[in-house]
Ligand binder design. Sequence first.
Ligand SMILES: NC(=O)c1ccc[n+]([C@@H]2O[C@H](COP(=O)([O-])OP(=O)(O)OC[C@H]3O[C@@H](n4cnc5c(N)ncnc54)[C@H](OP(=O)(O)O)[C@@H]3O)[C@@H](O)[C@H]2O)c1
Length: 324
Amino acid sequence: MERIRYPAIHRTVSQTALGCMHFGQGDAPLPRARAALETALAVGIDFFDHADIYAGGRSESVFGQIMEELKLDRSALVLQSKCGIRFADDPAPGAPHRFDFSREHIIRSVEGSLQRLRTDYLDILLLHRPDFLMDPEEVASAFAHLRESGKVRAFGVSNQTPSQIALLRPYMASPLVANQVEFSLLKTSLLDTAMVSEGRFPTSGCAGDGTLDFHRIQGIHTQAWAPLAYGYLSGRTPGDPLPEPYRSAAERVTPMVLNLARAHGCAPETILLSWILRHPAGIQPIVGTRDPARIAASAAATSDLLSREDWYRLYLASRGRPLP
Ligand SMILES: NC(=O)c1ccc[n+]([C@@H]2O[C@H](COP(=O)([O-])OP(=O)(O)OC[C@H]3O[C@@H](n4cnc5c(N)ncnc54)[C@H](OP(=O)(O)O)[C@@H]3O)[C@@H](O)[C@H]2O)c1
């Protein structure tokens, strides 16, 4: 397992992280979540991603309960959570689904996460999705309170463009440490939108031009959510057909992933994650599987498994059109 440095929390962490979004899902989620957490620790994963909203807070609660039952050393784990998304009817019926970076909401959200996770600090707090009504000074004031009270050690963002990060940065007392964005062989917009002179083809995606380069220049970790492409490139049959262009991309990429897995004697998840690790930005995949075999296969990925030719073959298959 490769490790990367997070200077703001004074430690290295596993490059591959476990996303705990699904930990609270289902009628009796504990055994599945416990098996996932135990497997993750056994294969060297020590970075765990949460959010206040996952399964309505239940995912954090389940994690906190398992951490206590297994008597895990809190200081050996890196716990990251997110805040800023508010679902409809919160706090009262009729409230719309929205984003909320108000001081009050950020602080209250962290206090809820700490209680559910049964810990007195978060290593990292991310702002989940950009709030169009954000006041950077108000965010800075909330962060200062959380840091000074020892409740959060470092801060970052998720799903933000370089300009949104640049807007926030001057107000921050310490550098933002990460931006978590969707990236996989099914969702390659971080690459597509960085390509100039491709006028005939519309670009798509949330990240905007140059996000990966911006992160590298600014020393911000890129965290990739949904790096396993929800299983659709490694054998999962979708209940409903995937919408285009994802259906065609999956039809082109999946056989290549399975062939490469056979050739390398590994699982398809190892190929999917190795494709991400091959990029020089040092991307940190946040895998959301609770399946022990898939967690182990994800942890087995390395940055040098795939050749330049295979990396481009897979990217080209996902794009479905030639490079300029
Ligand atoms: N910042 C954000 O806005 C944001 C958004 C979404 C997610 N996230 C984070 O990213 C993490 C990962 O995201 P994700 O879980 O949506 O995506 P993912 O890691 O790409 O996919 C994991 C999901 O796909 C299923 N899966 C994988 N391979 C499969 C296969 N071969 N057959 C059947 N099912 C398969 C898993 O089920 P099994 O457990 O059965 O393997 C699990 O439900 C989350 O846990 C969360 O921490 C962040």
